[in-house]
Ligand binder design. Sequence first.
Ligand SMILES: [Zn+2]
Length: 429
Amino acid sequence: MVQKKKFFKLFIICTLFVFINNCTNQDKAPGPPYTAEVLQMNSMTSTQKRSEAPTFKFDKATFTWLQDLNSLNGNYFNFVFGGILKASYVSGSIVSAKSFEQSKDLNLRYNVKNGVVVPKDYSTLAMLSSYYQFDVVANNIQTMTGYSMDSIFSKYGKIRIFFEPKIILESDGSTIQSSGKLNAAYVPGAHQFIMFQRSNLENIPLAANLQVIAHEFGHSIWELAFDNGSTPDCDRLNQEYVIRGLNEGFADMNSYTLTGSTNILQNSIDFGNGGTQRNFSTITFTYDNITGGVADSSNSTCEQSFYCIGTLFANALFNAQKNLGYDQTSLSGSLARGAFMTLVTNAIKTTKSNMSNLPSSSLIKFYDYCKPSPGDSNNSDYNGLILGSFFNSFLTQIGSGATQTQICTQLKANFGSVGFPSTYRVGCT
Ligand SMILES: [Zn+2]
């Protein structure tokens, strides 16, 4: 009996020790700055084609802006794990949401070897890798767009990144997370990002793919430039099919500007032709090929709905960049990718306020300005008037000269007389 009691006591102590040890067994990571083993993109070499997909490596990297490892809290970004996000709608990788509740503790699990944080499980690896990509974007965003990270911080505050939240659609109570379609997204208005860690084993998790993070960050830059940092609720222009498309094309350009690759999804997603149809430097379709509902059905040249509009926009900008003599293999420099994208971003800043000759309200194809309409590539003439108004203002903001003429010429080649009516053209006829 005494033996049994002693054993029990010992057992309790042992259990307690293991329990406490488990909760606090994280080695103390030295930092900031912290160094951890994370998934990283290998830089594209100058001999690679821009349409190639980059390769990735698992290696140690030092975080620039991370201040507290265990809470993944830094100067510009703060991770929030779990929780419930109530969304009014989801459009592509844009989620409209205002309220967020019930987050969980992060509970990162890692060892420290020679001062380097080594993740112990997939979830820790995914979160550390994801945070690292945001740091990389923060280090380059000024070169890419002209916006410094401090100016973004002064407008948006510290940006929260929700990892693995449950997203409930307010309209019908359905849960987006379970649909498996959404893996990384941006929440305009709230200026937050949403990341999911899952991925099939062969692929780079979207949340750890610099190409994808740079695309999502491109949406926050679009919001800064096109909407002056605050996407209004129930705004007709933002809900227009083609404007949502142009936002996607701008985000793809943002990704390419950082990484040098226009092949943004090949490493992470293999949904049929999706990756290929979004690889905007090699596409051959035009606006005329995706009218009449074709972009919303399968087995066409582009079946990515409004993303197809963005791909045509990004392709026109890419071709103009090349023809104007920019070095497409380099991010920084006076005639490199960053300088071109900064020029585009600056023009977008005053594009919306100067858009004119929009189709009259009697022609508007949807009536709920608080929710985007479903795909409507059928409305090719109407959509062409919205595009025309946007391009007209955008080109005017670019300013007259070779750049304006070149971009106008490329937009005309891709969008034709229906997607870019001649009356809207500036710099070319
Ligand atoms: Zn997107």
